[in-house]
Design a protein around this ligand. Structure first.
Ligand SMILES: Nc1ncnc2c1ncn2[C@@H]1O[C@H](COP(=O)(O)OP(=O)(O)O)[C@@H](O)[C@H]1O
Ligand SMILES: [Mg+2]
Length: 262
């Protein structure tokens, strides 16, 4: 069955006593790469965590969160279908783990390798291939804490790809990266989309939405303000409204960038 990747209906979600999403509905078909753009605090990370099963919304009649057509998932099973790249993950990763073990931990959808994890030869060769593909082979024996932010992020991407997921969630993919690392990472993201994996990218930066993403959703205070083709949604008036500041917008080769306006 070809269920949508994400199908959220009439969901209300609270965090720390505050209502973050209110009667929120969102659907993403497989293959329909999407960027969700919104200011800080608009609920982007909350939405990601609802999809990945780290958070739950209110259980009310008529409200549901379905991922690949299913409402209830064993989190480990879901993690094999869904790769997650978040800052929480990067922050929580154990400092002493080697690059190779970061990637291998993707075999178990866990953070780090534990004694009960039996690493098979096939897992080692898969990890080797992915490290090669992402250009991190030289980091195999480097400790996570001794890598740059960009190197850490590429290792975590190799980890997320380990189980050959159908879809990936990216939360502010290039934050903290310099231009070279940022664009290398975004080109890799383009490759991932061309491999047929569905991407949902959440961000507050217009410039980190790769040209391959054709649908953009604007999220403001937990509500969808606009949703549609990139060229209809990324406009100066809508973005000025979204960020509550006058903005002008430029486009070059499918990439967008904003500037202040008076
Ligand atoms: N762990 C938490 N405890 C309490 N409130 C939270 C927590 N995480 C986020 N929030 C609140 O939920 C709202 C949405 O946060 P978040 O989804 O992280 O927004 P975004 O990712 O768009 O910046 C914010 O107002 C934030 O303060
Ligand atoms: Mg966030």
């Amino acid at each position: 069955m070809n269920h949508p990747f994400i199908d959220i209906r009439h969901l209300t979600a609270y965090r720390g006593g505050r209502r973050v999403l209110d009667d929120f509905s969102f659907r993403q078909e497989r293959g329909a790469h999407t960027a969700l753009l919104g200011p800080n605090g608009s609920g982007k990370t909350t939405l990601m965590k609802l999809v990945s099963g780290e958070l739950y919304g209110l259980d009310r009649p008529g409200s549901s969160v379905r991922v690949f057509g299913r409402e209830r998932w064993d989190v480990h099973e879901l993690r094999r279908r869904l790769g997650i790249l978040s800052h929480d993950l990067q922050r929580e990763y154990l400092p002493g783990v080697s690059g190779r073990d970061v990637v291998l931990s993707g075999a178990f959808a866990s953070i780090d390798l534990w004694r009960h994890h039996e690493v098979r030869e096939a897992d080692r060769s898969r990890a080797g291939e992915l490290m090669e593909e992402l250009g991190v082979t030289s980091l195999a024996d480097r400790r996570f804490s001794q890598m740059s932010t960009g190197e850490q992020r590429r290792c975590l991407l190799a980890r997320a790809l380990f189980a050959n997921p159908d879809a990936l969630l990216f939360d502010e993919p290039t934050s903290g990266l310099d231009l070279r690392a940022a664009f290398a990472y975004l080109w890799t993201l383009g490759d991932i989309m061309r491999q047929g994996r569905t991407v949902l990218l959440v961000t507050h930066h217009v410039h980190e939405i790769p040209p391959e993403i054709k649908r953009v959703v604007l999220l403001k205070e937990g509500r969808i303000m606009a949703d549609g083709p990139r060229e209809d949604v990324l406009t100066a008036p809508l973005l000025s409204d979204l960020f509550e500041t006058p903005l002008q917008l430029a486009e070059r080769d499918g990439w967008h960038q904003v500037f202040p306006a008076r």
